[in-house]
Each structure stands twice: as structure tokens, then as C-alpha cells.
Design a protein around this ligand. Sequence first.
Ligand code: PLP
Length: 394
Amino acid sequence: MRRIKPSPSSAAADRLAQLRRGGRDIVSLLIGEPDFDTPAPIRRAAIDAIESGQTRYTQTAGMLALRQAIAAKLERENGLHYEPRDVIVTVGAKHAIFNALSVTVEPGDEVVIPAPYWVSYPDMVLACDGTPVVVACPETEGFLLTPATLEAAITPATRWLILNSPSNPTGAAYSAAQLRRLADVLLRHPQVMVLTDDIYEHIRFTTADNPHIAAVEPAMRERTLVVNGVSKTYAMTGWRIGYAAGPAELIAAMDMLQSQSTSCACSISQAAALAALRSEASFLPEWVATYRARRDKALTLLNAIPGLRCGAPEGAFYLFVDCAGLIGKRTEQGQRIDTDLDVALYFLESAGVAVIGGTSYGLSPYFRISIATGIEVIEEACRRMAGAVAKLSA
Ligand code: PLP
């Protein structure tokens, strides 16, 4: 436990709540979840589940009907064939990743994590006594892992590569050709498994399809764990339903661990997730259009602030903003801004805008903003940040 730290997102949210309780007027760009409500038919399915007595333990791996719906989804949308027995339902995608690492990572095992990364990956690896091997994926490479960087990161001790596409925090997504080249490297290193965190797959701003490494290279299927869930696509973060699909032996081990920990995911949430996966998700195009409009507005406003620069993310609902132009500047109080954590602190203290420094995601100097919030909130935050930046001196 001494090796891990609280999730920076949760820590920032706690600090925000504390400041607001103290009366501070803070505009938050921290939010890592859709600001939409769970659609009504999904909510109704949960109410029906309660009324019809689906209030008992389910199978440890999740209700068969839900696992069948997940298998059907993976076939339909990702071109991946899994039997329901190859699928496990977990308490959110986060729990699927934690379970998978728990049953596979031995002390000394290495897990390759492309940076910028979702904040929880390195600490989860550490919690499992593994060694996170963070590899920098600079903006010049589109924040994506290149075959050469992957090759250089792999050792005989490498157990996993974690791929998150589209990514939190950058929104970068891999094309089929890019995945093909990564697969070529992985085929040379049979000791390495791939965990794909596909949680943002439906929040894409391009018409490009959403390739999966195990579909691009079928030989990778037996070495891939697909992780996904309903949190982001269906605005169901609080329901806590995620899932994983992969090799039978791995799923069986995760099932055994789950039988001794959570027993199963919440039966009512499982019923809601089943309704979600069986639905047409007709609300989704409108939600994605809303995220896109906010993204475009935020990009215009941020890129007009001297010292900040941001490219257009392909998916997810975050912007990863380059703040190299602010490093070395001084505040009105004469304090020097040395890091992106200083930038985040300066925006919080002087402008009442909450963002998260890129250091937390393993790549600096950047900060992450969320666009899962009203456009007026984004406009106000950018207005305040522009004012704060204008007060800095060289
Ligand atoms: N993976 C990534 C990349 C995320 O950003 C998040 C949530 O922020 C999760 C997984 C967690 O998803 P869930 O709510 O299903 O646990």
C-alpha cells in the first residue's frame, strides 16, 4: 500500500469539493464522466429488475443474458468472436483491469504503459507488485505508441502492454495500420499479453472505424484481454458495470478471484446494462455531436490564449493542452511557474479553474481539461484562464 497513491482525479475532485464548501467560486474542468443522464429506457429496466425480484446474487461472472449480449456486441462492433464463458462482468472497467492484473502479475513482472496514460494504470500495477514501464509517446507521434518504442520497452519480464484507444487524456486513437505494426512487434514476443481498454470507443469525432488489435491480427486474440463497459457510452458511471473478454484460462482466474471478493456485480445494474447493450443507443449521435461542438469551442478559445496550444483529439471527452509556453513565467506575486502542476495550481488559486496537470498522466508540460460539461462552463473557464495568463510576466 505504501507504493500506491490516491487517484489524482479523485484527489483533485476531493480538493475541489473542499474549496467549494469553503465558499470558493471554482469552475471545474475535472469531470471524467458524461454530464448526461442515463437514458430513460435503461433506468426503467433497472426499476423493472427491482420490481420483478432480480435482487439476488447472479453468477459470479455475471448474468448469462448479459454475457451473451456482450459477446454479441463484440462480434457485431469489433469483429471479435467470444463465447459467453469467455466473458466476465465486473464492477466497472476499472475493476476488470485490476482483476486481470491481480491474477497475472508476479513481483518483477513488467507492464508497458504508453504515456500519457489513464492515471490508474501504474498504481494498479504497483498494487499487484508489478513494475510499470512507462514509455513516452510524445505529441510529435500523435501521442501514440510507435513500433520502435514498443520494441525497445519489451524485455523477457514484460507481461502486459496496456492500450487505451481513444485515450484518456489525449483522445488519440490508433488506426488499423498502426495496430498492425504494433501487432507485428508483439508477435515476436509471445510472453506479452495486450489489455485493450476500449471504454471510450463510441466517443469518436471522425468517421474512421474503430479497429481492434485482435481483429486486425487474429493471432493476437489468444493474447488479448478486451476491457470495456457501459460507463462512458451510456452515461452509467455510477452503475458500476464493466466487462472483460479473453482467453478462457484468464477469465476463469478472474472469475475465481471475483468469487472471493465481489461475488458478482450488482444484479440491478446488470439488468440495466443488458438493456443498454440491447438498445439501439439512438441518443449517441447527438451526444457525440455535443461533445464535438464543445471540443471545437474549447480548441478555439484555448488556442487563442498565448502560451497554450492544443490539437484536436479524435475521441473521448478531454483535451490535453500543451502549456510549455507558460513554463518559466512569473505570477504577480513573483512565483516562477516551473511545472504543469504549478500551472494547474496557478489556475486554481488565481482564476478559480480546476484542471489536472499532465504530470499526473506521465507527460509534461500539459494539462487535461474535460469537455463533459456545459459549453458555458468551458467558455467561462477559458475566459478566466486567458485573464490569468495575461497577468503572468516573462
Ligand atoms: N479506463 C479509462 C481510460 C477511464 O478513463 C476510466 C474512467 O475514467 C475507466 C477505465 C473506468 O471505467 P469504469 O467507470 O467502467 O470503471
